[in-house]
Ligand binder design. Sequence first.
Ligand code: PLP
Length: 831
Amino acid sequence: MGRDFGAAAVHTDPDQLFGIPLLASSVPAVPVADADPLADAILETLVHRIGKDRRAARPHDWLAATILTVRNDIIEKWMASTREAHTMGAKRVYYLSLEFLIGRLLRDALANLGQTGEIGRALASLGVDLAEIEEIEADAALGNGGLGRLAACFMESMASLDLPAYGYGIRYVNGMFRQRIDDGFQVELPENWLQHGNPWEFERRESAYFVGFGGEVVGSESGHIHWKVGEAVEAIAVDTPMVGWRGKRVNTLRLWTARAIDPLQLDRFNAGDFAGALAGQLRAETLTRVLYPNDSTAAGQELRLRQEYFFSSASIQDIVRRHVQYFGDIRTLPDKAAIQLNDTHPAVSVAELMRVLLDFHDLGFDEAWEITKKTFGYTNHTLLPEALESWPLPLFERLLPRHMQLVYAINARLLREARAAGSDDAAIKAISLIDEGGERRVRMANLAFAGSHSINGVAALHTQLMKQTVFADLHKLYPDRINNKTNGITPRRWLQQCNPGLTGLIRETIGDAFCDDTTKLDALAAHADDSAFQQKFAAVKRANKVALAQYLKGTMGVRLDPDAMFDVQIKRIHEYKRQLLNLIETVALYDQIRSHPERDWVPRVKLFAGKAASSYHNAKLIIKLANDVARRINADPAIGGLLKVAFVPNYNVSLAEKIIPAADLSEQISTAGMEASGTGNMKFAMNGALTIGTLDGANVEIRDHVGAENIVIFGMTADEVAAKRAGGYNPREAIEASPELAQALANIASGVFSPDDPDRYKGLMAGLYDGDWFMLAADFDSYAAAQREVDRRWSSRPEWNAATIRNVARVGWFSSDRTIGEYAREIWGIM
Ligand SMILES: *Cc1c(COP(=O)(O)O)cnc(C)c1O
């Protein structure tokens, strides 16, 4: 809590608090401070807010004092932004997301405010290194991967484009788990990101709402519907400021935390039942304790639905309260509020808004439904059937009886419209909000679609596939709703902050117009073939590689040659992303180098990082395989260091910021049709890596922008994958047709990389022979050939440099500013 921050210090010896060291010899040298008002402000904050003397202050104390000092400036802008939106009666955007993968905030805030230099100097005058304290800021890991990171990039872009916007989500006490690698295996630990307090956030106890669960629905005498809830918790808002580029605007990320309404049941406590007295509080706190990995299928289902309703309900209540307070009339809601659902996790909001409109504002069903559809937009992030959310009907009904009634009512209306439009029985089945095949389930994607005026995919190919597959029948019924908004990344974090070397070089070459409009990076293309520029560009890349190598030497103990090609695949570990394809090719390459050491091999470093969902067996096994392959290859003197493999633990935003600027090759090799967009692909290209990839997700559009000659594409297209699957794919045939592949699989299966447990990968390899759902075998030869093509290009360095420079020059379109501009104009109607 912001205001309790000073209390976070846990010293038992007050002498230490005030800089009276226990041992005289440990007195640190204190330089004489210059008359720097910022330094004075930081010092003053350190003493009065943190309660520490300068000599006793530890790095975390300096970090907190710096953040609190910078925050003062942010608060002024924040209030001005809010006031302005209020006076103008502006329409606001509400971005609802179960995940916000924001990472660290200090460097971002300083850069966007243009204060990096002055704060750095002020701290230096106090003997503190800004870079050092930036490094100890906790990574706010409130998300799994791309979807959560997109929400964070969008928050930054909405502030940068001066759009009044709120993000709504959950303040998980432990967000995404922290990953440790023990003996090559993933171990999941709770992420304690709040352990030193969080000086960025403000708890708003006055913004609290009741959220109910269970109970029953009764009609009252006045004819009103009344939901008598079985239990209720309080949702309390915790706000974090989101600073836009050049400090233009500061928006609010509002995360909800749960409290029991009756935190301590005193009667039970007094009767000696201490645990029972606190049970309600524990139950409430459980709601906002952890983020479930989105592809986990096991336990925690009910808790996940509770989380979804908890944050949806609190957010809808807050939005409606604000609207009525500012504008008086609930009927004008769609003119003043655009609510965007980031995937289906907040889809129950559709039913929640209907409930609020019907049960509290007495609107008729038709009018309420029109308001709801005009207010919501829904972004779909996946077509994978196992990731399309649906809830067992009995669970949904028990937890949310009133919403169940509303889902039925919405469904009746939807199916009436479908029948009137001539939908046949098969179409009706597909459109229905209830899945009737087997155990009855509530389909959240259909609910989100029905309740929104706009449904968007996140890359052109993905949007097209949405129309052809999951939403084919809904699309036929409502052909104007589906549209595309190709994802983007914020160039502030993913170029300027993470790669100051490249940013400086670009600035001195083409000026700094690109800082406000990344399409201006285009001017770099004119320098792509200039050998003097190429050399500077390569020098920046090399310096980034040296820095990464040093970091990995320090953290993992691996030695990496900065002159080798850094070949990188970092993303969640999932079979569709095909880390296994990369590993098998690595094994095949290793074999070839051993058999033909005389050939002119390109030295490569293969870097992997990523977390596997805790219940995802094969993904975890792939992590172990990466580590087993690394152990064997890195220790083999026969290959003379030509190949190195490393699995970097605990992939998160801060690690991505270190690795991406140092990458030469970006691996984007998902089975075509399965990666909705990807955003990692954009980050790498913007930092001067060459992409090796399939025609999947946004790779297709990246190729269109950077030019087919500046990217290495391989493998089947989405259409070919679908056709092959339909025609009865036989992986065994594909494996037997590729001796290189067959040999690599045999090596892995026979325990070459796992002598301690030779059978460890038997099942994983057998899975490729027996099914190979992700079609590794079908794409293997094409992938291996593409890798040799990459080698050829690397060996002709001027050509390589020119291609990677053209990637930087032409990838500016993939800024999240462009994406948000499209959302604003075409979905939200606010620009
Ligand atoms: C960008 C990013 C992702 C998404 O990566 P993809 O390669 O698109 O899956 C995931 N996690 C983190 C930490 C990221 O920064």
